[in-house]
Ligand binder design. Structure first.
Ligand code: AHR
Ligand code: AHR
Length: 495
């Protein structure tokens, strides 16, 4: 049986709300037919699907990454500005499609404003040049009487967009990436971009393009670009048809964060770098079923538990993970799934919405200890599904995965807890150290009939949220968790 302990006087760090960021790429139906659907009765005058805006708004993303992903490495941003009917249609080589360019930079900025989120633009370090990137930054942020700033004005935008976050390319290490580079080539090339961008706008915050976090690529890139960047990006996709593998695999994010953090600390010390460098986990999700475009993964309850585990890990490393972007927001590996006449919410939508809504401002030290039976049972399940050689994770693993935060001022705490056991409810001891629970807790629970159940247009509520309340008083508490569930407890605290 797992036991949870939370130390209310031991903060891990301030929770950066940007860990609830989202990502939209020109891929499949993410943009066209997803967030943007010109002429649809569900769209507003700008072509933005209002049903998607409502569902996305409830996810409270403070930052939105665009336009890719792999797409960006063959994107000419200048194709996507000016009168829409004059924009060129292009071959799209990353996902083997065609790009109409009807959604471009000003549409993205307008979308961010409508959604109430900060734009984060990833630059093309595939076919792109430093000069093109410089022009893009000037078009967005320029205030002088110069060509690109004036072009923006001529498109109807007198005020600069003030895009603060710029990514120095996407997955430039990957053989699938247009313009793939070695780490040394990338550092040399990205340095040119960083320097020219900072000459144009020294206030922007740059993100270096990392790998998984545990690769030599990451060490070389952090070492080479640390003086220019505020964030190092890493990516992780997990997933398996086997439930136990599926819910355990996100624990690799914990290792990725710790290793990336070590590279960053070492570099800052050795290079005397004073500014902080955080992790931008700017692509993460469950993704293993639909690899070629359009990536229309249909998520199970088990996947919702995996997604909650990722979020718990970001909270556990609140001092290091400053930005995270779920890949992606609509249709392509996404919590929101549309068709021309509506949408449904996939299973993974629910934990993301609940976490974004209820997470507190300070992450607390929270740990789970299991017993030998539990460790052995989970390992046996993993070995049965994968063979011993494929068990890459560290273990020992527990049925329960949890994170804790407290509210501003400390009047309450939020415990986000996953019960991975596919069939058994469990009653878990929760010990609060240096504080007590005082009253009635509100509890939101995400669960469903079995680990493999999905939502669909026909059955949109197979996995949903149930609200309950429980009395919790004192420091030795016990939580009853349904099988295969994610629970979000808001617990009032005593003096
Ligand atoms: O999110 C889907 C793809 O996954 C992105 O385009 C790419 O960056 C990653 O390989
Ligand atoms: O969302 C785009 C907004 O426009 C940014 O928040 C702001 O900086 C800009 O003016």
């Amino acid at each position: 049986m797992s036991r949870i302990t939370v130390d209310l006087q031991r903060p891990v760090g301030a929770v950066d709300p940007r860990i609830f960021g989202q990502f939209i790429e020109h891929l499949g139906r993410c943009i066209y037919g997803g967030i943007y659907d010109e002429g649809s009765p569900l769209s507003d005058a700008k072509g933005f699907r209002t049903d998607v805006l409502k569902a996305a708004g409830d996810l409270r993303a403070p930052i939105l990454r665009w336009p890719g992903g792999n797409f960006v490495s063959n994107y000419r941003w200048t194709d996507g500005i000016g009168p829409k009917d004059e924009r060129p249609r292009r071959l799209e080589l990353a996902w083997h499609g065609e790009e109409s360019n009807r959604f471009g930079t000003v549409e993205f900025i307008e979308y961010c404003r409508t959604l109430g989120t900060e734009p984060y633009i990833c630059l093309n370090l595939g076919t792109g040049t430093p000069d093109e990137a410089a022009a893009w930054v000037e078009y967005c942020n320029g205030t002088g009487n110069t060509h690109w700033a004036n072009l923006r004005r001529s498109h109807g935008y007198d005020e600069p967009f003030n895009v603060k976050y710029w990514g120095l390319g996407n997955e430039m290490y990957g053989h699938w990436q247009i313009g793939v580079k070695t780490a040394d080539e990338y550092v040399r090339f990205a340095t040119e971009f960083a320097r020219i961008i900072h000459l144009i706008d020294p206030t922007v915050e740059l993100v270096s393009c990392g790998h998984t976090g545990w690769q030599d690529w990451d060490a070389t890139v952090i070492d080479g670009l640390a003086k220019y960047v505020r964030y190092h990006s890493i990516h992780l996709y997990t997933g398996s048809d086997d439930h136990w593998t599926n819910v355990i695999e996100p624990e690799q994010a914990d290792r990725a964060i710790r290793m990336t953090r070590s590279h960053i600390e070492r570099t800052r010390l050795n290079q005397h770098i004073r500014h902080e460098i955080g992790i931008a986990y700017d692509e993460w999700n469950v993704w293993f079923r639909n690899k070629p475009s359009p990536l229309e993964e249909q998520y199970t309850l088990s996947d919702a538990l995996a997604v909650a585990t990722f979020l718990n890990i970001f909270l556990q490393h609140a001092d290091t993970v400053k930005i995270a972007n779920l890949a992606q927001m609509v249709n392509a590996i996404a919590p929101i799934f549309t068709r021309p006449d509506g949408l449904f919410l996939q299973t993974i939508y629910h934990p993301i919405r609940l976490y974004a809504e209820h997470t507190g401002t300070t992450s607390l030290d929270c740990y789970v200890v299991g017993d030998e039976n539990e460790h052995g049972r989970i390992e046996a399940a993993l070995v049965a599904a994968n063979g011993r050689a494929k068990i890459r994770d560290r273990g020992p693993f527990t049925d329960i995965h949890a994170a804790a935060t407290r509210s501003e001022g400390g009047a309450s705490m939020t415990l986000t807890v996953v019960n991975r056991h596919p069939t058994e409810a469990t009653t878990v001891p929760l010990l609060l150290v240096n504080g007590t629970a005082a009253g009635v807790a509100d509890v939101s629970v995400v669960t469903g009939a079995d680990p493999y159940v999905r939502n669909s247009f026909e059955q949109p509520d197979n996995v949903g949220v149930t609200e309950t309340r429980v009395d919790l008083a004192g420091s030795h508490l016990s939580l009853t968790l349904p099988p295969c569930s994610v629970s979000v407890y808001r617990i009032p605290l005593g003096a």
